[in-house]
Write a protein that binds this ligand. Sequence first.
Ligand SMILES: C[S@@+](CC[C@H](N)C(=O)[O-])C[C@H]1O[C@@H](n2cnc3c(N)ncnc32)[C@H](O)[C@@H]1O
Length: 317
Amino acid sequence: MGGRHNGGGFEHEPVMIAEIVDVFAAVPTGVVVDATLGGGGHADAILRSRDDLSLVGLDQDPMALAAAADRLASHGERVRLVRCRFDRLAASLDDLSVANVVGVLFDLGVSSPQVDLPERGFSYRNDGPLDMRMDTDQELTAEVLVNQADGKELAAVIRRYGDERFASRIADAIVAARPVSGTAELAELVRRAIPAAARRRGGHPAKRTFQALRIAVNRELDVLEPALEQAIDRLLPSGRGAVLTYHSGEDRIVKAVLRAAEAVSPSPRGLPVELAPEGSIALIRRGGVTPTAEEKERNPRAASARLRVFEKLEIAA
Ligand SMILES: C[S@@+](CC[C@H](N)C(=O)[O-])C[C@H]1O[C@@H](n2cnc3c(N)ncnc32)[C@H](O)[C@@H]1O
């Protein structure tokens, strides 16, 4: 079940697949929303594990949706797919007349095919256009950011979303070299802007800058909080949510939203025990869980993953 799948050329090995299936093993019968459908690997595993669940799958990338449609075809009417950004989660459920759900999954960031296909412009290893859009109809591309953004703004993006110490040097090098015409040229500019001694640490020298530009182009962190809040709001009591994050910027936001929705803890004097206020959740395994060493070894995408799980509580009487 956890192996690589080639659905119409869309190869993406789902991260922590056994753990994700386990999250939804005991939720009530109903609808699960996969807010980041990708190639549909997690969705397929969830649907196979429980024949009383149906699925609404969201993705803003038409290529991912096409691959998922292909992969999930055997589940027939149990699956409904919507092309949208996930901060339209509540609106999409409304459009489908789905009031509440029993599960929600966010597997954040990009998929392997998005990164591996040079023409999508996410790859620092291959030459491609400066694109990096998940939603291929969106106006803002990496090309616009790289060639038109103010140098200070560019440095701030690279620092904030890439945790890159040499953000100012990199931004200066980009501004001096404009117009930059492709991902290979950008990767080489970044490599040369980082001092030689620092280049030997932390993987490919352009990795952090590419991550930062990708996050900015897709406004990945801006839409996360509203999407999670909508997901928590639509969950039925005993319904569960699972969020897979891949870097500290994502994880910080997820942690903050989940903490804010957490139930008030029981009274320290024991009596009376405060009941959960409407809409609150309990965190399952505070701090989250990470993949096994074996999975991290086998699947490089899993190396930085953290899974946070929560359950919607019964409403106080
Ligand atoms: C890591 S992949 C998901 C892989 C999937 N779990 C699987 O098993 O194949 C993330 C997917 O979410 C999509 N995505 C990321 N952010 C999104 C957002 N804000 N709205 C909608 N889709 C998003 C990406 O286009 C990508 O296809």
